[in-house]
Design a protein around this ligand. Structure first.
Ligand SMILES: Cc1cc2nc3c(=O)[nH]c(=O)nc-3n(C[C@H](O)[C@H](O)[C@H](O)COP(=O)(O)OP(=O)(O)OC[C@H]3O[C@@H](n4cnc5c(N)ncnc54)[C@H](O)[C@@H]3O)c2cc1C
Length: 424
């Protein structure tokens, strides 16, 4: 009987396992992970969990009972030692495991900064439950916090720290927060919200070294000669794909395990999904994404492929983050945007910023507007967005009202509907 072996029991790996059962796959399924915890969720670790009192159980994706109930074997504290692709055997710290299909869902690891003082007490990364637990305990006695990197995780941490009333400063080499992942407009809006909440920023600043006192971090020294006082520092400067070791077994790795648009490696019986996979996107470009949405989408498609059921079309990429009391949701590809358009009103603290390429909608970010986010995902998935020139004159109405207006304008006899005059 065919068997599926999944390496990595995070969001993607667990979704493949349960997705297979939901699609009627009856063969043996094994999920192995080097971690000793049952599979857990990462997003809350930088948000509510870090300020709360709940334990690891609060983060559980699926408990032991769910695995045994679905007849899925879970092997924890299990390291991969090698793959014999000819014999279809995975060598692990728990012995040899045979497979018919192997799914690599290895996730990513925080990028390490190499400067002096980076290993002092009080220096933290936030990626695993172990790291989150150590950070949460250390925060209870922190008097000032430095965050290196104004990306999603750095900003979420800063927001959580500011909420506790601890002085916090974010150091960023670029001139704005989320420089690669949000529009200038949203960056400026979010910066203002963070500053209102008490977070300080040092932009255009690079870290020179970390200085300690009695073995613990005390200052983050910047290359302009100034410093940020901090007895706890969190480094949030991005992540690198796991799985570079697959090249020892003849698979390709280039900023991620190389797979095609069906998520297969060059070995047709081995897939890679989620953060660790560098896949071919809808335009044939090599892409790697780090998000729950991406891991879930890959898992759905691979589970369907293995189970022999209809494979869904790839989902539109999406992401969310909670910072400074703001829910920010993104959909589409920010790296494809050439022109921006604001819809709705900033004063209401609920609006969207849309990104266009050749007058075609390619991306949208919504601030405190989940319904706009849903609309943007639908417009992108169905390729039904109005053009930029259609939407621009009525953008102030807000996205949903503007779309509704355009639909009624298109379907009504021309003399019954007149375009409203917008003051811009
Ligand atoms: C603090 C934090 C907050 C986040 N917040 C958000 C958010 O708000 N929204 C969002 O969309 N995304 C968020 N993300 C990103 C999201 O968690 C990841 O994109 C998602 O978990 C990727 O799923 P995955 O299955 O690819 O990898 P993971 O969920 O990381 O799972 C990979 C698993 O593989 C295991 N593993 C790795 N190598 C081996 C090996 N050699 N042998 C055995 N096991 C191995 C690891 O132990 C791990 O359990 C956040 C991430 C972090 C760290």
């Amino acid at each position: 009987m065919s068997s599926v072996l999944i390496v990595g029991g995070g969001h993607g790996g667990v979704d493949v396992a349960f997705g297979l059962r939901e699609r009627g796959y009856t063969g043996p399924i094994t999920v192995l992970d080097k971690s000793g915890f049952v599979p857990y969720e990462r997003p809350p670790m930088s948000k509510s969990w870090i300020n709360g009192a709940g334990g690891p159980a609060e983060l559980m994706l699926r408990g032991h009972d769910a695995f045994s109930g679905a007849n899925i074997e879970l092997m924890l504290n299990c390291e991969v030692l090698g793959i014999d692709r000819d014999k279809k055997v995975l060598e692990t710290s728990h012995g040899s495991v045979e497979y018919s299909t192997l799914v690599l869902a290895l996730g990513s690891s925080p990028r390490q900064l190499r400067f002096s003082g980076a290993s002092l007490a009080g220096m933290h990364h936030l990626h695993t439950l172990e790291q989150a637990t150590v950070l949460r305990n250390d925060l209870t006695s922190a008097t000032s916090v430095g965050v290196i990197g104004a990306g999603f995780i750095g900003l979420e941490i800063a927001s959580s720290v500011a909420k506790r009333g601890i002085p916090v400063t974010v150091v960023e080499t670029a001139r704005r927060p989320m420089p690669r992942t949000a529009s200038e407009f949203t960056s400026a809006y979010m910066r203002a919200r963070h500053e209102d909440a008490g977070t300080n920023f040092r932009f255009n600043a690079s870290v020179q070294e970390i200085v300690g006192q009695s073995g613990r971090v005390s200052r983050v020294m910047l290359s302009d000669g100034t410093h940020v006082k901090a007895d706890l520092v969190v480094m949030g400067v991005g992540a690198l794909a796991n799985g570079g070791w697959v090249t020892d077994f003849g698979l390709d790795f280039d900023n991620g395990i190389v797979v095609d648009s069906t998520l297969r490696t060059k070995d047709p019986d081995i897939f890679a999904i989620g953060d660790c996979a560098r896949f071919l996107d809808d335009e044939g470009g090599a892409t790697r994404l780090e998000s729950i949405g991406n891991a879930a989408d890959h898992a759905r498609r691979v589970a369907a492929t293995i189970a022999g059921s209809p494979v869904p079309v790839p989902d539109v990429p999406w992401f969310w983050t909670l910072q400074a009391g703001v829910r920010l949701q993104m959909a589409g590809r920010v790296d494809r945007v050439e022109e921006w358009l604001l819809t709705g009103s900033v004063e209401s603290n609920s609006f969207s910023v849309l990104g266009w390429r050749n007058s075609k909608l390619v991306y949208g970010e919504s601030i405190n507007s989940p319904s706009d986010h849903v609309t943007i995902r639908k417009l992108l998935a169905e390729n039904t967005a109005p053009t930029l020139s259609e939407l621009r004159p009525i953008a102030e109405m807000g996205l949903k009202a503007a779309i509704k207006f355009l639909v009624s304008f298109r379907s009504a006899p021309k003399d019954e509907v007149s375009r409203p005059q917008m003051a811009r």
